[in-house]
Write a protein that binds this ligand. Sequence first.
Ligand SMILES: [Zn+2]
Length: 247
Amino acid sequence: MSVLSLLLGLIIGSFLNVVIYRLPRDQSLLWPGSSCPHCEQPLKWWHLVPVFSFFWQRGKCAYCGQPISWQYPLVEMTNALLWWQAYSFYGLSSQALFSALLGSWLLVHTVIDWQQRLLLNKVNLAGAVLAVAHIFLNGEPSWTSALIGAFLGGGVLFLIAFLYPAGMGLGDGKMALVMGLWLGWPQVFLALFLASLLGATAGILLGLKKDQIRGMSLPFGPFLAMGTYVVWYWSDRLLNWYWQVML
Ligand SMILES: [Zn+2]
């Protein structure tokens, strides 16, 4: 079953690559089939086997020989690990499926925000639909907890975006709102706290080399994603640790 979760993660990861490429360009996810972005040749199924095709073709298009981005196998392998982690943690259960889907949702947000500095409404909407399905089917978190989490989690970032528009976008606020639906209250605050901590650390590390990266601002979405992921799996442990340190 572990191997199956990895394989399923690879196949879903291959679809996520389509989502990541087409959604910001407003293209349909289902039609037409994949083609090479350089020579626009439609690709055959054996060009599209996750990870394997990339290495078999030595990272080049089979038609025009132009390099294929490393992003494709990287997204597929990362998603495979996310799905494997979900299965290892929760076994064969609906909680594992929702955890895997949450991981994929965070991965899509991370890559698009990294490339385009955009947290797309469509991606947020898909995340919200999944989170509501999770509440309905698994009863977690409670509706009260989810709605307070969404209201306060989103609210805090909307407020920051309003006061400091250069540093925070509305997309960040919408993503935090959806994070609240997934994590509930007060877990969403733990995730926002972790995201800020990671973002600030990365900013300081990059700031040390300011001359080389002048004008490069960090997108906040990937840090929100990391915070959400850690809190989803390890919030109990984090809270215990926090209280031990504080008391
Ligand atoms: Zn090509």
